[in-house]
Design a protein around this ligand. Structure first.
Ligand code: HEM
Length: 477
């Protein structure tokens, strides 16, 4: 157990005061452990952190359904994510996942590349116009967010939300509000571990009012989208290639269930992708030679994404460095830093008995940089760990990045509850990075932020810079 602790609050204050995930990174190296670390939260309630591949495989695979997502997390999430796959448990989860998996197969996602590229092209064109008004300085986080929302709208739901073209779009505003973590929200979240959610969510607070309005607005958008898809099918007799059309065709979901799944896709697939895009550009701005090298490889292998020529998954595969940069970004800056589980019965983790009700933390931001799994340079940004030269002297992509175990990379989680949108997210990520780096050069507006410790990272569900990411953007002809 970590030594420094308060007699009543345990390690609770440390966890509350420090940036999310930082204590778990510190304890990984400073506390002597065999893969499990005990720590104490407020009122000395005992919890566990799981670090070793063996314990992770217990929790993700062997014993997956013995660990639930704790209600203090899922209750607030339900307001914005609906009652969809992400918060379902047990047989209900198995049933829902089976119905949705067919929407995310390689074939389905490959068919969506024209949509990803079209949205990337639109983003680039709009940014070129915005650059004229802003002397070439743009907030990349703003553009990444608008791209991610329109991608999930068009490729996910067959609906163009128009966020790239109009930043005052009402859905953009709703999500901006929802994802911004206010002081009130943090206090409610903390109290939520002691008090019942029905009580906290009904307190007459501005946060509760805003959340409830946002939830209604999002639910209405999702309901409208489903009606539009059904009406289009009735009119044209063919379903679209989007995720929602595939989920409707599975026949497993009532309209109400579908609304919940659509809410989940929108929220789960939007801010996470935004965060990855922002960090990739940050890292490439910090490493200008790599940025140039990647640009050269992109330009040598594919037409400009904003030229209107279609680019496929097979085309992007010819640029292993692109995938290496994307993977290394996802490793170093995992958008979802922490996840939690709660033992639903008396169970075990690597032969250690775990009593029912024990809460367990999984820290992707710690495990992803664990030296025992990745080697001594684990904390460094090194895309080349994902590459190997083949006999012809060409770079080949290495799927596990040279790590000791597949449980070394937890960005999309692992096992039965891993991210269903992983393939989709990687594809939209690679398309916009290929488009951006092929067309623009990026340099931090404030060079002091090269030192990552000077960047304030928000304490929301995903890890992204709290104040956006302002870059000097140049056009590369
Ligand atoms: C870079 C982008 C993304 C990251 C880093 C990410 C990360 C994750 C993680 C860590 C989980 C597991 C959460 C937990 O165990 O509590 C998860 C689950 C999930 N994600 Fe993603 N995600 C991304 C993009 C997407 C996209 C684009 C979609 C949908 C189109 C999506 C939909 C989901 C769903 C539905 C689940 C629940 C899966 C289940 O419980 O079986 N995600 N994601």
């Amino acid at each position: 157990m970590p030594e420094e602790r308060h007699w009543l609050w345990g390690h609770g204050l440390k966890l509350l005061r420090e940036p999310q995930g930082d204590p778990s990174k510190e304890w990984l190296t400073k506390v002597k452990h065999d893969g499990l670390v005990r720590y104490l939260t407020f009122f000395n309630r005992e919890r566990l952190i799981v670090y070793s591949p063996r314990a992770l495989s217990d929790i993700y695979v062997a014993n997956c359904y013995a660990f639930h997502k704790p209600s203090f997390l899922t209750n607030p999430m339900r307001v914005i994510l609906g009652n969809g796959l992400l918060v379902s448990e047990g047989d209900d989860h198995k049933f829902q996942k089976k119905g949705l998996l067919s929407a995310f197969t390689r074939q389905r996602v490959d068919a969506l590349y024209p949509v990803f590229c079209q949205r990337a092209s639109e983003t680039i064109q709009e940014m070129r116009m915005a650059m004229k008004q802003n002397e070439g300085v743009l907030d990349i986080a703003n553009w990444a967010s608008r791209y991610a929302l329109d991608v999930i709208g068009s490729a996910g739901l067959g609906k163009d939300f128009g966020a790239i073209k109009d930043e005052n779009n009402s859905l953009v505003k709703v999500y901006k509000k929802v994802f911004k973590v206010s002081k009130q929200q943090r206090i409610i979240f903390l109290l939520n571990t002691f008090l019942p959610w029905w009580l906290l969510s009904n307190l007459p607070l501005s946060h509760n009012r805003e959340l409830s309005q946002a939830s209604k607005a999002i639910r209405q958008v999702c309901q409208d989208v489903i009606h539009q898809r059904r009406a289009q099918y009735a009119h044209e007799g063919v379903w679209g290639s989007d995720l929602l059309s595939t989920a409707i065709q599975s026949g497993r979901f009532s309209d109400d269930n579908l609304i919940d799944q659509v809410m989940t896709f929108l929220a789960a697939g939007h801010e996470t992708t935004e965060s990855s895009l922002v960090w990739a550009i940050y890292l490439l701005a910090k490493h200008p030679e790599l940025q140039q090298k990647l640009r050269a490889e992109i330009r040598e292998n594919i037409p400009a994404i904003d030229s209107g020529t279609e680019v496929t998954n097979a085309d992007l595969k010819r640029i292993p460095l692109l995938h290496a940069v994307c993977n290394e970004t996802l490793r170093i800056f995992s958008p979802v830093r922490l996840t939690m589980r709660e033992a639903a019965c008396d169970t075990y983790l690597q032969d250690t008995a775990v009593p029912c009700g024990t809460k367990v933390m999984i820290s992707s931001c710690a495990t992803n940089i664990d030296e025992t799994l990745w080697g001594p340079d684990a904390s460094e940004f090194n895309p080349y760990r994902w590459l190997r030269k083949n006999e012809e002297g060409n770079w080949e992509f290495l799927h596990e990045g040279g790590a000791m175990s597949k449980y070394a990379m937890l960005t999309f989680s692992q096992g039965h509850r891993s991210c269903i949108g992983q393939r989709f997210a990687r594809a939209e990520f690679a398309c916009l990075i290929a488009g951006w780096i092929g067309r623009f050069s990026f340099q931090l507006e404030d060079e002091a932020l090269m030192d990552v410790s000077k960047l304030k990272i928000g304490n929301g569900i995903t890890a992204k810079p709290a104040n956006g990411m302002r870059m000097r953007v140049g056009i590369v002809l």
